[in-house]
Write a protein that binds this ligand. Structure first.
Ligand SMILES: NC(=O)c1ccc[n+]([C@@H]2O[C@H](COP(=O)([O-])OP(=O)(O)OC[C@H]3O[C@@H](n4cnc5c(N)ncnc54)[C@H](OP(=O)(O)O)[C@@H]3O)[C@@H](O)[C@H]2O)c1
Length: 306
């Protein structure tokens, strides 16, 4: 099914909020893949993908957002019950619209997007020692690993894509592990006490992670790219007194603003280009259908035509 209708406000959007945003950059994420593939249920008539994006406020009846403001938008039904950011314009309630920090462009904001929000949310609950980040060549893992590395943390990246992972070194990540074997993923013994925290987007790596955590460590579970029903050892969690918690990008508006501020202060300007794969609207259908199979491309950012 085609999921792009450029420059059309879906009628369902028109009555659902008070701020109109012209989208300059839409971002595609794993949720778009899940929705477009029908795993969230049947697609609604007029479905347009795009769970997030960044652009310019063109109309506002709310004092918190003024015409001309640069903003990031995500969630609140975008790309699900409401036409998504690939429609080129969205009308949203203020709660879904986050002002960009000084100096952050709409391209930068779409590049980090929900990955920046969730990396920030996890960082609020984790210690500051060595951290493992899984799915590090994918969109969320790559942004999280880069942010933690640029924040001065000792980051170990896990990826199946070791041949292309030099880009992670350029983002300041100190250690890149070769892909874990089936035996390692399923091992029952305890490994060295290596990580103080972990940020996991795969689910399927949890068993290995919990067996390599330091006592009292924290594991932020952000995704399930490989496994929604992971097999982990209760014994490892108990003996090492681990805390495993879920994190997601559905933050309060003030937290989203803080998250974008943190990202903009943490990343270097040259980092953004290494975090995203930039494409045109006519490539979207192929990009969405390729999620999950293809090598991680980083964040997928679509430059919208005016
Ligand atoms: N909690 C939230 O708010 C939030 C926000 C954004 C995303 N997510 C979730 O995070 C997950 C990743 O999303 P994404 O947008 O980053 O997707 P993505 O760009 O496709 O990246 C997923 C990465 O996971 C790794 N991976 C995939 N299948 C794997 C397998 N079978 N075994 C080991 N690793 C595998 C790969 O990393 P390598 O290429 O490095 O091997 C892949 O690039 C999804 O489950 C998504 O729903 C959650």
């Amino acid at each position: 099914m085609d999921v792009v209708q450029v420059n059309s406000i879906n009628s369902k959007n028109e009555h659902s909020g008070k701020i109109v945003v012209r989208i300059e950059y839409a971002a595609l994420n794993y949720k778009d893949f899940i929705v477009a593939s029908g795993r969230f249920g049947h697609l609604q008539t007029g479905y347009v993908a795009g769970n997030e994006g960044a652009g310019v406020v063109t109309e506002s009846s709310n004092t918190s957002h003024r015409e001309g403001d640069l903003v990031f938008v995500n969630g609140h039904g975008l790309g699900e019950s409401l036409a998504g950011t690939l429609s080129g314009q969205v009308r949203l309630p203020p709660v879904a619209v986050t002002p960009l920090p000084e100096g952050m462009t709409t391209r930068d904001a779409a590049t980090v997007g929900v990955a920046g929000l969730v990396a920030y949310a996890a960082g609020q609950l984790m210690g500051e020692g060595p951290i493992a980040v899984t799915g590090a060549m994918g969109g969320t893992g790559r942004v999280a690993a880069a942010c933690y590395a640029r924040a001065g943390r000792d980051v170990t990246a896990l990826t199946r894509d070791i041949n292309r992972a030099g880009i992670l070194k350029d983002l300041g990540i100190s250690t890149i592990l070769p892909p874990l074997t089936e035996a390692e993923l399923n091992e029952q013994s305890f490994g060295p006490e290596r990580f103080d925290s972990a940020f996991d987007v795969t689910g399927g790596t949890l068993n290995w992670l919990t067996r390599h955590m330091r006592p009292g460590g924290t594991v932020a579970l952000a995704g399930f790219a490989s496994e929604n029903n992971p097999n982990i050892s209760a014994l490892a969690v108990i003996l090492r007194r681990l805390r495993i918690f879920g994190v997601h990008a559905g933050l309060a508006p003030s937290e989203k603003a803080q998250a974008l501020h943190w990202v903009s202060k943490t990343l270097r300007s040259e980092d953004y280009a290494m975090l995203g794969h930039y494409a045109d609207p006519d490539e979207v259908n192929e990009l969405i259908s390729g999620f999950g199979d293809k090598p991680g491309m980083g964040r997928i950012v679509i430059k919208m035509r005016r």
